[in-house]
Design a protein around this ligand. Structure first.
Ligand code: FCB
Length: 443
């Protein structure tokens, strides 16, 4: 099947700094909001934290070797802001930037193109404490300055950049549902945060154009295919509103410079709409180059008038992963098609796709056939989208390694490579790793 994908298609794996790096207090690194959150009682399953994680900071050569043997031609990872700027602003921490220099140089040596995310949720704690983090409009300046610094440090070698990973999660999952750092629960605040994140995205794109002349930059979003529970008018309406909340808010706004109107009106009527100042929507809709689609599942939705979202998500009937997420490969094709058609006809990379399984190490090996099946079906769904005319440029499997799965800690395993947390973080490639390797070889 690989051969049918276009020449130059990027096949990769994806990770994020706080989930794998560890060395959270080393070489001058400052704490992030996740350092703080995970050390608070009851926030993360089993009291897990990312102090050590997969210790990728010290084992990155071994991990690159795993990628080389796997045969991927690209690797998506994120930079920890507080590793390069311990307090989020000010003077660069050379030891921190050296780590990324070594990582990038080694990747290029073995023929793997880096795709770098500027922000995957680990905000420097100091910015949160001193200026209220993402609740502050000033964040766009700090994020802009951090971005300019990172572009000038690494932009000579890194050609694919992503501003933010899933602003839906860094706003609503963090400030409305309270499940992620910093764990607040207030809709007006989370809509303000979403607005500041979108402003910061626009600012980073502008800075990028000033510094890097021969690269591309995009935005990676939660991409959940929303379907109505029944064909009734009410449920179809509810699905549309929910789709605007999860997807449209972050896919439509950066293209049109306007928030999805129906939902915005509901928020406006309830007095929770974000404050929009002159020039904001121009900044938010600064032209950028590509979409990152992080696709895992669908949401089945029915009307629930008592909710400000007009809807509730109900249990679907399909088989579920260890996260309780329905397996729905058809949704990937449909979502890609929708993204391409409705959100600016841009090139698209699937920047994350994968599943958590009940992986068991038996006789030194993990037979994760379910994951293999999941991958096969999603690869073929991606291919269908490509054939239907979507400008799809790459596919990154989440994730290279089992890692710190946010509030689930280490209890959920997404890796192609098993990490033995009991035995010195030993890396053990699973069946799915070999499946992907064979798939990539067959060219
Ligand atoms: C995505 C996140 C990623 C990982 C996967 C399972 O929402 O971007 O860090 O946690 O889910």
């Amino acid at each position: 099947m690989r051969a049918v994908f276009p020449e130059g298609f990027l096949w990769g794996v994806a990770t994020a700094s706080y989930q794998i790096e560890g060395a959270d207090f080393e070489d001058g690194k400052g704490p992030s909001i996740w350092t703080d959150f995970s050390h608070r009682l009851g926030k993360v399953n089993s009291g897990d934290n990312g102090d050590i994680a997969c210790d990728h900071y010290h084992r990155f050569s071994e991990d690159i070797e795993l990628m080389k043997q796997l045969g991927v031609n690209s690797y998506r990872f994120s930079i920890s802001w507080s590793r390069v700027l311990p307090e989020g602003r000010g003077k660069i921490n050379r030891k921190g930037s050296d780590f990324y220099n070594k990582l990038i140089d080694r990747l290029l040596e073995v023929g793997i193109q880096p795709m770098v995310t500027l922000y995957h949720w680990d905000l420097p704690l100091e910015l949160h404490r001193k200026i209220d983090g993402w609740e502050s409009r000033d964040m766009r300046h700090y994020f802009g300055d951090y971005s300019s610094l990172v572009f000038s440090e690494f932009g000579d070698r890194v050609k694919h950049w992503i501003t933010l990973n899933e602003p839906y999660c860094s706003s609503h999952v963090s400030y409305l549902w309270g499940e992620h750092a910093p764990g607040k629960r207030d809709l007006k605040t989370s809509l303000t945060v979403a607005h500041n994140l979108l402003l910061s995205h626009g600012e980073a794109v502008r800075r990028f154009r000033e510094v890097v002349k021969d690269g591309t930059i995009g935005l990676a979003n939660v991409s959940t295919f929303v379907e109505p529970a029944t064909d009734s008018k009410e449920d179809r309406w509810a699905a549309r509103i929910r789709d605007q909340f999860i997807n449209g808010w972050f896919f439509e706004t950066p293209i049109t410079g306007e928030y999805p109107s129906e939902l915005f009106k509901r928020f406006n009527d309830a007095g929770v709409q974000p404050l929009i100042e002159d020039g904001d929507m121009d900044l938010i809709s600064t032209p950028f180059d590509f979409w990152g689609v992080n696709y895992y599942t669908r949401n089945v939705v029915r009307k629930e008038e008592s909710s400000i979202l007009g809807s509730e998500v109900i249990q679907g009937e399909l088989a579920k992963t260890e996260m309780g997420w329905e397996v729905y490969p058809e949704g990937l094709e449909a979502f890609l098609y929708k993204t391409f058609k409705e959100y600016g006809k841009k090139p698209i990379y699937i920047t994350e796709n994968g599943m958590a399984c009940k992986d068991k190490l038996t006789d030194g090996f993990v037979e994760d056939f379910e994951r293999v099946d999941y991958m096969k079906r999603h690869f073929s769904s991606a291919l269908s989208a490509l054939k239907a005319g979507v400008d799809l440029r790459g596919f990154y499997v989440w994730s290279l390694l089992d890692n710190f799965e946010w509030s689930y800690g280490y209890s959920k395993r997404f890796g192609l490579v098993y990490v033995d947390y009991e035995k010195g973080l030993k890396r053990i490639p699973k069946r799915s790793y070999y499946y992907y390797r064979d798939f990539l070889e067959r060219d």
